[in-house]
Design a protein around this ligand. Structure first.
Ligand code: AMP
Ligand code: MG
Length: 651
């Protein structure tokens, strides 16, 4: 295990956390956690049938009665003695006298069936004494008022279900560990069982930690964020057999946290926290765990990506888990490491996630020594599924919604090469390949144009990989359209020079780029772009926000700056929205973004240059009805109207 050793020695850890020096390989962390928890006795609890759905049976159930409880007729007809009809045939009908009773469902027979007689009986009726078979009503004819004629023989036992033939009294009906679904509920009900002993759902308390957390529904104060983990972890626990109790967010205060953790643990079988596990200041929850019970922390730091700061502990045989703070990291570690333990505690079988095979279109690099999870969007390629990585770093929660599943890169692999065939674990039981696939540069205008398609039941997937990435995907035939906004310096024109064989240009819309500033700022208000930048450069207290290299917007900024590098130049966010947020929040005084974003953020705007946002259409896919639907939506009166209202100029 030289590899595991090198992982150990590469791990960091501060002095006062001596016992957590090692970042453990995933498998070892799981092994230690499970060794501290299992075997354990599954606690049972009595539940009414309706409340037992989805639970796991804690004890064997033995049938207390026979089902059916009596010999029962399977058809509407007449209870007879088969020997009476031995000679019956087409030419030799047998006449039977009807007894003076009708056995309906729920009616106990009073009279025996003697030789030469028959008793009318309904489906489900108890077979009377003396009778040994049933003749279907269709196979008889009335003969006078109180008799029938039968023209065929019957074998003994015909159309009779004998007592206990379905379920015999004393038979093992269901075994402990069986998941109770509707079929099991049916069997139990048939035996008259109203309650069963099921594995008690583990009571799981959930706490979020962090001074910055605000619960959804409350207003967001400056520098605060909404508590995502509380909601998502609570839901995931309920999905996997836990009885949840979400206790809110606790500030990063050792005393407050300790008392919250103690009371949470006292009333539950398991405690799941999130945040506060990175080994920095304010990192207190793991210190508290040391005081909560034995053996305490079994792993702090697991070689997972995302999810390295995961902390696993067992306090007096109750699992205590601290998930990483970043929601995506929290979710991956929860599903990978906590769900199996939770399900085992709940008596549920391991999850059986659906998996598919897909090819990755690009090389995905991976950190050596960490098991890496990469979320992917699936699209249909020319020969099978293609898995596009959608992760945006461990802080992104939206990548969860856009992804169909994830792939896993082994701890010992440094990369997954382009075109590698790999296994995708799906988030839902079925692959949902989208109807229309758009890969390239993202623009909110795109959402506006495709919204009616989505309402009409078509699934549209847009994957943001930038203009150049989109063109490459279009050339490989992995998408229908690639939105691009690429300026060619030589021809001084947009987009067309970048098209290659098999692609054609569909004009999209123009986006006005311009300078954003806070309304009323005298350095900008009322000026043109060149004057405004001159005023900004003249004021040393004025800070700008730039854009990343390669962005179309960046080219425009550099052109306006004419080589100047004012303060803020190195702040280079990757989106139009980030520029607007920086200015709105006073971290910068000006920057360049598109008009719709400036207006949506309530900022002042000085128009500078129009950018062409068009689509490279894969010609081979042009005739697909869904592509036509997109082109129609783009050209439609209503499509153009919504674009204009949002501040775009349709081409
Ligand atoms: P921490 O481990 O507490 O340092 O948190 C790491 C990151 O995750 C920080 O950016 C936190 O703001 C964020 N974070 C922690 N807890 C939550 C939560 N419950 N919901 C959303 N983000 C969180
Ligand atoms: Mg925190």
């Amino acid at each position: 295990m030289s590899n595991a050793k090198s992982i150990h020695s590469a791990a960091d850890g501060s002095i006062d956390q001596g016992q957590f020096l090692a970042v453990l390989p995933r498998e070892e962390a799981i092994a230690r956690f499970e060794a501290a928890l299992f075997p354990r006795i599954v606690q049972g609890e009595r539940r009414k049938l309706a409340q037992a759905l989805g639970c796991s049976l804690a004890e064997d159930v033995t049938a207390p009665i026979d089902v059916p409880p009596f010999d029962r007729s399977n058809v509407d007809g007449f209870a007879v003695r088969s020997a009476d009809l031995a000679a019956a045939g087409e030419a030799t009908p047998v006449r039977l006298i009807l007894n003076d009773e009708v056995i309906a469902c729920g009616t106990a027979p009073m009279r025996p069936v003697l030789s030469g007689t028959a008793t009318p009986i309904a489906t489900g009726g108890p077979v009377p004494r003396g009778a040994d078979a049933i003749v279907m009503v269709e196979h008889t004819q009335p003969s006078g008022n109180r008799a029938i004629e039968v023209r065929r023989a019957v074998s003994p036992g015909q159309f009779v279900s004998y007592a206990g033939s379905d379920i015999a009294r004393g038979e093992a009906l269901l075994r402990a560990g069986t998941m109770i679904g509707s079929r099991e509920i049916g069997m139990l009900a048939a035996c008259g069982i109203a309650e069963v002993v099921v594995a008690r759902r583990p009571r799981v308390a959930i706490l979020s930690t962090g001074d910055e957390l605000v619960q959804p529904g409350m207003p967001l104060r400056p520098a605060a964020i909404y508590d995502t983990n509380g909601a998502v972890v609570t839901a995931a626990i309920a999905e996997n057999g836990g009885e949840t109790s979400f206790l809110g967010a606790v500030p990063d205060d050792e005393q407050a946290l300790e008392s919250a953790m103690r009371s949470a643990l006292a009333g539950s079988d398991m405690l799941v926290l999130s945040g506060g596990t990175s080994k920095g200041a304010g990192d207190i929850s793991h210190r508290i765990i040391g005081r909560l019970g034995k053996p305490g922390i079994v792993a702090h730091g697991v070689a997972l990506k995302p999810g390295k700061p995961l902390c696993l502990a067992v306090c007096d045989s109750k699992p205590v888990v601290i998930l990483p703070g970043f929601p995506t990291s929290a979710m991956f570690t929860f599903h990978d490491i906590i769900v199996p333990v939770l399900r085992r505690m709940a008596g549920l079988p391991p999850r059986n996630d659906a998996k598919v095979s897909a090819r990755v279109p690009v090389r995905i690099t991976s950190e050596l020594g960490r098991t890496e999870f990469v979320m992917v969007s699936l699209v249909e390629g020319n020969d099978g599924l293609i898995a596009y990585p959608t992760g945006k770093g461990s802080g992104a929660i939206t990548s969860f919604a856009q992804a169909d599943g994830f792939l896993r890169i082994d701890a010992l692999a440094e990369q997954l090469p382009a075109n590698a065939e790999t296994e995708i674990t799906l988030f839902t039981p079925h692959v949902r390949v989208p109807d229309l696939v758009i890969i390239g540069s993202h623009c909110i205008g795109l959402d506006l144009v495709t919204a009616p398609m989505a309402h009409a039941g078509l699934t549209v997937r847009s994957i943001a990989v930038g203009s150049l990435g989109g063109l490459a995907a279009a050339r490989r035939g992995e998408c229908d359209l690639a939105p691009i906004h690429l300026f060619d310096e030589k021809s001084e024109s947009y987009n067309t020079p970048f098209l290659t064989e098999g692609l054609e240009l569909v004009p999209g819309w123009r986006r006005m780029q311009g300078i954003v500033f806070r309304k009323g700022d005298p350095r900008f208000e009322g000026f043109g772009p060149e004057e405004a930048v001159r005023a900004a450069l003249a004021d040393t207290a004025c800070i700008m926000v730039n854009r990343n290299q390669g962005a179309g917007t960046r080219i425009l900024i550099d052109r306006l700056l004419e080589g100047a590098r004012p303060e803020g130049y190195w702040n280079q966010p990757r989106s139009h929205n980030a520029v607007a947020a920086a200015v709105a929040q006073h971290r910068a005084d000006w920057g360049m973004t598109i008009a719709p974003v400036a207006h949506a953020t309530g900022l002042g705007f000085i128009p500078y240059a129009e950018e062409h946002y068009d689509f490279a259409l894969v010609k081979a896919r042009k005739q697909r009805p869904v592509v036509q639907a997109f082109l129609d939506a783009l050209a439609s009166e209503s499509g153009r109207n919504v674009l204009e209202q949002a501040g775009f100029r349709p081409a």
